[in-house]
Design a protein around this ligand. Structure first.
Ligand SMILES: Cc1ncc(COP(=O)(O)O)c(C=O)c1O
Length: 423
């Protein structure tokens, strides 16, 4: 055990980690492009973009330069009663490209807080208008974060079990299998009751549930139903945003506009924690009042941190370059070629591709779930080959930084084939 690992063991509690069963964390000393480099000089290919955040590779020199310039200019300022150029410029640039008619940006710290803000905006929107609508609807298997509101609108699972009786009630509709008829019917039946504040959804693909995707047609119909019955729509693009699913945002695949969009993860290119809740003018207007009790009483100490804004602006510069669009297309094409090659393997039950994401569901025995007993074996198999892949139970998936090379992708595919040969 290295000295960093030994010191870590004394003082650190890691996220989503059974600390007794996983006592040693790999000590990373440097990031470089798609690689995380440990103390011994091992170069791990970060095939999941470090929990889906890293878009342009680690320690990207352009982002580093912009962040450094910002650090030397203004590192932070309170954001109530004060403002600054990076926050304004980022809001202007995002509003120009976000799906729907988003008109205002509310900053926070991460994906969960972006969701909390959207939930609070929804409830208070109706409250400020004097209309009794308090119910939330979400999809079975949804994951929207780990704070209490975000947990409440997430599917009840191992993650929420200890807290279930403290979570507020949410109506869950089935995941849209096949053409989504049952899911749509249940949504409509709930909306008809007239008390729905908002419908929250991961558009096109549920990440944590196992990279489960569904069609833009179903998404369009969900949104159309919400409009018909006057319920707000929250598009949680925390994972899907910034080019992950093909288009810039998953909601770009449909025409009906969400009322709010939550962003985080790729927002800063994986450089800093940051979150955004974008909303339409009508949402903002419901809070714009001479009566100060209608204010959205929400904020975080680091709201609109200028360094996070600078990182986001730099990441956006890179994302909008033609080279990046081309790189994303190439990743998708490679995934398709690989899927074609392995799809008839006996121990593959499903392969799903959505933009730069490929998910391979393995028949490893046991049920398809996060706790599938093969999960740890799969994780270690790839770590031994210097690939960071965190299987969702028996589902392995790649969600690489857009700068990954064709050779590295091929190396990962080869390792997956090697694994398949052992099943
Ligand atoms: C769709 C979605 N929403 C919200 C979150 C929560 O984001 P964070 O981990 O930054 O709180 C996640 C995290 O995985 C997510 O995938």
């Amino acid at each position: 055990m290295s000295s960093i690992q030994a010191r870590d063991k004394e003082v650190i509690w890691h996220p989503y980690t059974p600390m007794k069963l996983w006592p040693e964390a790999i000590a990373i000393v440097k990031g470089e492009g798609p690689y995380l480099i440990d103390e011994q000089g091992n170069r791990f290919i970060d095939a999941i973009s470090s929990w889906w955040v890293n878009l342009h590779g680690h320690s990207n020199p352009y982002i580093a330069q912009k962040v450094s310039e910002q650090l030397n200019t203004l590192e932070h300022s309170i954001f109530a009663g004060f403002t600054h150029e990076p926050a304004v410029e980022l809001a202007e640039r995002l509003l120009a490209i976000l799906p729907g008619q988003q008109k205002k940006i509310f900053y926070s710290d991460n994906g969960s807080t972006a969701v909390e803000v959207a939930l609070k905006m929804s409830l208070q929107y109706w409250n400020n208008k004097g209309i009794e609508k308090k119910k939330f609807i979400a999809l079975d298997g949804a994951y929207h974060g780990d704070t209490f509101g975000a947990m409440s609108v997430s599917g009840r699972s191992l993650f929420t079990k200890a807290f279930d009786d403290k979570l507020f009630e949410v109506a869950f509709i089935p995941f849209p299998d096949n053409d989504g008829t049952e899911s749509l019917q249940q949504l409509e039946a709930l909306l008809q009751q007239g008390d729905v504040a908002a419908f929250i959804v991961e558009p096109l693909i549920q990440g944590t549930a196992g990279m489960r995707n569904y069609s833009p047609e179903v998404l369009e119909q969900y949104f159309a139903l919400c409009k018909k019955y006057d319920a707000l729509i929250i598009a949680d693009e925390v994972m899907t945003g910034f080019g992950r699913t093909g288009k810039l945002f998953a909601c770009d695949n449909i025409t009906t506009a969400p009322d709010m969009v939550c962003l985080s993860k790729g927002l800063t290119g994986g450089t800093m924690p940051f979150g955004i809740t974008a909303c339409g003018q009508h949402i903002f207007d419901a809070f714009y009042n001479d009566d100060s009790t209608k204010t959205l009483f929400h904020g975080h100490s680091y709201t609109a941190n200028p360094i996070a804004c600078a990182a986001s602006l730099a990441s956006l510069d890179l994302l909008l370059k033609d080279e990046c669009t081309e790189a994303r297309k190439q990743i998708e094409l490679s995934h398709q070629t690989f899927a074609e090659k392995i799809k008839s393997h006996n121990n593959i039950t499903d392969i799903r591709i959505q933009g730069t994401i490929i998910a391979i569901e393995l028949n490893t025995g046991g049920e398809t779930s996060y706790t599938n007993e093969q999960r740890d074996h799969l994780y270690r198999f790839f770590i031994e080959r210097k690939i960071l892949l965190r299987p969702l139970g028996n589902i392995i998936y790649l969600l690489p930084p857009y700068c990954i090379s064709a050779e590295d992708l091929q190396y990962i595919y080869n390792s997956i084939e090697e694994l398949l040969a052992t099943l």
